[in-house]
Ligand binder design. Structure first.
Ligand SMILES: [Zn+2]
Length: 305
């Protein structure tokens, strides 16, 4: 048994302005994982479309219907930042299915990785910042509804604050939202997570990892979650177009090893999503995202899950 990896069809061709939102990175990442034998055919899982009733566990019925039918107001569509198409709507829905499946696999095998996911800027009744439906929130609610988990810890290390997730779970004692992000970055108006750690611009590997390790131990011992949803955004990288931190590839790999080995060693299942990452240089970007899967494979094998 190898590390379970989830991949779903993309349905959309890359957008012309890849610098802005490189859709094709998902396919390239999957191809890289297969080529490097990090993803092995028996351990690749393909999600199904989620029933609309699952999306409704988090999002308003009006918003789901308007988005899926392409009838959102122009202003709402602009806030998402992606042009509507039937193909994108389809991809958005199956992406949610991907994170649900990743979480179920994590509960079964201890650790599982998605090759997409982390749409943390989506709120109950609107999307923003390239995020349409909040896969982390929906997954949490689905697993709770199925009584597979009670308490969930959402570890959001994308460089941007997980504002949609924070707002959705505000005042919910069963879900702990942790967001460690660059203070002077999108979204301008931050929400209140259960714990926010704001980082200064330009923070390097050692500074970042020191702050993270200071928080991680307490988080695990105090919350004792049934499941951890880990958003491993790589927009913390020095070369990221939208990030303002200064991590290197080595720093990101050390981060993934720290998170995954700490959680797994203490017996907490982890479902990882790739989160944000933006660069004109797609090859380097995809390598950066694959650090999560490389670290996960190592941890998975070390602990013989
Ligand atoms: Zn981000």
């Amino acid at each position: 048994m190898n590390l379970p990896i989830v991949y779903h069809p993309q349905y959309v061709a890359p957008l012309p302005d890849e610098h802005r939102f490189p859709m094709s990175k998902f396919t390239l990442l999957y191809e890289l994982l297969v080529r490097k034998k990090i993803a092995k055919s028996n351990d690749i899982y393909f999600p199904e479309f989620p029933e609309e009733s699952l999306l409704e566990l988090v999002h308003s019925n009006n918003y789901i219907t308007a988005y899926c039918q392409g009838t959102l107001k122009e202003k709402e569509q602009r806030r998402i930042g992606l042009p509507w198409s039937e193909a994108l709507a389809k991809r958005t829905c199956i992406a949610v299915g991907g994170t649900i499946l990743t979480a179920k696999l994590a509960l079964k095998f201890g650790l599982a990785c998605n090759t997409a996911g982390g749409t943390h800027h989506a709120f109950r009744s609107y999307g923003s910042g390239f995020c349409i439906f909040n896969d982390l929130a929906i997954t949490t609610r689905v697993l709770q509804k199925l009584k597979l988990v009670k308490t969930v810890l959402i570890l959001d290390l994308d460089v941007h604050q997980g504002d949609g997730t924070a707002k959705i779970f505000q005042n919910d004692p069963t879900v702990f939202t942790f967001s460690m992000h660059c203070e002077s970055n999108f979204p301008r108006e931050k929400q209140k997570s259960d714990l926010d750690v704001s980082l200064p611009q330009g923070l390097d590997d050692d500074g970042y990892l020191q702050i993270l390790s200071e928080h991680l131990h307490d988080l695990l011992s105090q919350i004792k979650p049934d499941l951890i949803l880990y958003d491993a955004g790589v927009d913390v990288h020095a070369q990221d177009h939208f990030g303002k931190l200064s991590l290197t590839d080595t720093g990101i790999y050390r981060r993934e090893m720290l998170i995954l080995s700490s959680c797994i060693a203490q017996g907490y299942p982890v479902a990882s999503v790739i989160g944000g990452g933006y660069s004109k240089d797609l090859k380097s970007l995809v390598e950066r995202h694959s650090l999560l899967h490389r670290a996960a494979k190592e941890v998975y094998e070390f602990y013989q899950l």
